[in-house]
Design a protein around this ligand. Structure first.
Ligand SMILES: Nc1ncnc2c1ncn2[C@@H]1O[C@H](COP(=O)(O)OP(=O)(O)OP(=O)(O)O)[C@@H](O)[C@H]1O
Ligand SMILES: [Mg+2]
Length: 294
């Protein structure tokens, strides 16, 4: 369901008349060459069109490997990955899949290829032979969508980390991708940069219906998603709304995840004997419940 309570995803019908999910991972297992243990072990999950999902999990739990499967950077040894109706093991679809699902990585400096911001955003469409006038239109639109129009002629190395990540996102938008997969995009940013990137992806999701897959170590970021997936030792061990996932204290303890601050406060007070509902989740809710129970 979208935020207004409508079924806003799954709108596109495939040729066979089925409704399409943005990303469908079915019983996937993947082991890196030379490794003995799989990085992804029998994982199934679906990301619906227009959804904002977050993937959580301890270091080495398989999050980035899962992201690589979603973007056809790797293909599973077992199971199938389908992106916008295209299976990632169909090698002739590789570029179409990567254009449909763009990736943003942790280090903003590793993703910028040109010496001027607008040239960087134009790089993707130029590579696939988009006509110059259309490139101009897409670059302007993409920079506007991430709030970076004023920096079009700037040199990327003069930008902040958050601004660089927004340029990277603009580069994906210029390819007209409908899915953006972000692997810890805010890990190297200061609080302001984190805010900028988060606001940008939320706006793209809400206003333009872009599907977002956000891998993060920050629980406060995951709390903003429609649904959260938790990885542990290459397996998917929990999924649900942030409210549901952060209410599962046993799972959080087992996977070594610290819930967002309001949930921690609620848990502490509950342990001290204050009877608070197990799913109070936001600052406001927790404060209200505390006041009520006093
Ligand atoms: N290129 C690689 N070659 C071999 N093994 C790898 C490679 N990349 C990851 N692995 C292994 O796969 C497992 C999952 O790693 P992955 O990077 O997917 O985890 P992660 O959840 O993204 O971790 P982090 O939070 O540190 O980014 C780990 O055991 C890791 O050592
Ligand atoms: Mg990773």
């Amino acid at each position: 369901m979208d935020k207004s309570g409508n079924v806003g995803y799954n709108k596109t019908k495939t040729k066979t008349g089925e409704f399409m999910d943005a990303i469908r991972i079915e019983n996937c297992t993947f082991t890196y060459e030379g490794d003995t243990l799989p990085a992804v072990d029998h994982v199934s999950l679906t990301v619906r069109e227009g959804e904002f999902v977050a993937i959580l999990g301890h270091n080495g739990s398989g999050k980035s490997s899962l992201a690589k499967l979603m973007n056809a950077l790797e293909t599973p040894d077992e199971g199938t990955v389908t992106v916008a109706g295209m299976r990632t093991d169909e090698t002739d679809k590789l570029w179409q899949i990567r254009a449909e699902a763009g990736m943003v990585f942790q280090n903003p400096d590793n993703q910028i290829v040109a010496a001027i911001v607008e040239d960087d955003v134009a790089f993707g469409p130029e590579n696939i032979g988009v006509k110059p006038a259309e490139i101009r239109r897409r670059v302007d639109e993409a920079l506007a969508a991430v709030g970076m129009s004023a920096y079009a002629k700037h040199a990327p190395h003069t930008l902040s980390g958050g601004q660089k990540q927004r340029v990277a996102i603009a580069g994906i938008l210029a390819l007209q991708s409908r899915i953006i997969i972000l692997d810890e995009p805010t890990a190297m940013l200061d609080p302001l940069g984190r805010r900028e990137v988060l606001d940008t992806i939320r706006r793209l999701n809400r206003d333009d219906g872009i599907t977002i897959v956000l891998i993060t170590h920050f629980m406060e970021e995951a709390a903003l998603a429609d649904r959260v997936f938790v990885m542990e030792d290459a397996r998917l061990v929990a999924e649900g709304t942030p409210r549901e996932v952060f209410a599962d204290r046993d799972m959080l303890r087992r996977t070594g995840l610290t819930p967002p601050n309001p949930v921690r406060l609620r848990n502490c007070l509950t342990d001290e004997g204050l009877a608070l509902p197990a799913d109070a989740f936001t600052d406001e809710e927790v404060i209200e419940e505390i006041c009520r129970s006093l």
